[in-house]
Design a protein around this ligand. Structure first.
Ligand SMILES: [Zn+2]
Ligand SMILES: [Zn+2]
Length: 259
């Protein structure tokens, strides 16, 4: 499974890019930077997008992406999410802003919205995809993708209590958020995010339950806390004796099954 990192920050600027990730060339996880990060050819090749939750840093580029598809005649794209996210896309984002992307009655939609239930495995372009509930400020899902015998779990945005997902998933690779530094723990408790300290607890819970640690890739970093997060993750990595890779836009990883 090829994982390409498009954006890794939760604030948008010239130098920081909202979250989106590509599995191989045709499936995207989240849509914060689909257009900004992909050429037209790459956008045209996309066939499905799975969003973790409704927040704009994970969904906003579905607006220009939908406009591009309406304007170009590229093949339609299936967009999947939990009910809360799909209702938001239909009622507040794509519906009002790019109604043509959803298709007039009798017309084919450029973006086809599909609601999935938690724990319901869906076959998407030959991959087995499952939404797993994770704790966040709004209803949110971690996305489990199994493809060619490789299992990836992308947490989306998830705060304290993420460890409850470990009874459900045992991935080869974990793409997890770590938004703020340890000093911001009070804020993240309210907003539902990870700090390096929380991530250490979460990974320790994983190891206690599963007996191993997956490949860990960290993303969704608040730019104002990035220095602290990077420094504190070096400490965590040393303490748990396990590599923690910090994602970078443009990075492509070839994920493999654990031996
Ligand atoms: Zn969020
Ligand atoms: Zn976010």
């Amino acid at each position: 499974m090829k994982l390409r990192i498009l954006g890794i920050n939760n604030m948008s600027s010239r130098d920081t890019i909202w979250p989106a990730y590509l599995i191989d060339h045709d499936l995207a996880l989240d849509a914060g930077s689909l257009c900004r990060s992909l050429t037209f050819d790459e956008q045209a090749a996309l066939r499905a997008v799975v969003v973790s939750h409704r927040h704009l840093d994970h969904t906003l580029d579905l607006v220009p992406f939908g406009l591009n598809r309406v304007a170009s005649g590229w093949p339609p794209v299936d967009v999947y999410g939990i009910r809360d996210a799909v209702d938001y896309l239909r009622g507040a984002l794509i519906g009002p802003l790019v109604p043509k992307a959803l298709g007039a009655p009798g017309e084919e939609a450029s973006l086809r919205l599909n609601a999935v239930d938690y724990h319901q495995e869906t076959s998407i372009l030959g991959r087995r995809v499952t939404a797993i509930p994770v704790p966040h400020a709004v209803p949110a899902a971690g996305i489990h993708v199994e493809s060619g015998g490789v299992k990836l779990f992308y947490t989306g945005d998830a705060g304290q209590g993420l460890s409850r997902a470990w009874t459900r998933v045992s991935p080869d690779a974990l793409l997890t958020e770590c938004s703020h530094g340890n000093l911001n723990r009070a804020h993240v408790a309210k907003a539902g995010h990870q700090t390096p300290e929380l991530l250490k607890e979460t990974l320790s819970d994983f190891k206690a339950l599963r007996g191993y640690l997956p490949k860990v890739i960290v993303t969704h970093i608040n730019p104002q806390w990035e220095q602290a997060v990077r420094k504190e993750l070096v400490e965590v990595s040393r303490e748990i004796d396990h590599e923690i890779l910090i994602a970078e836009p443009g990075m492509t990883l070839e994920l493999t099954a654990r031996p």
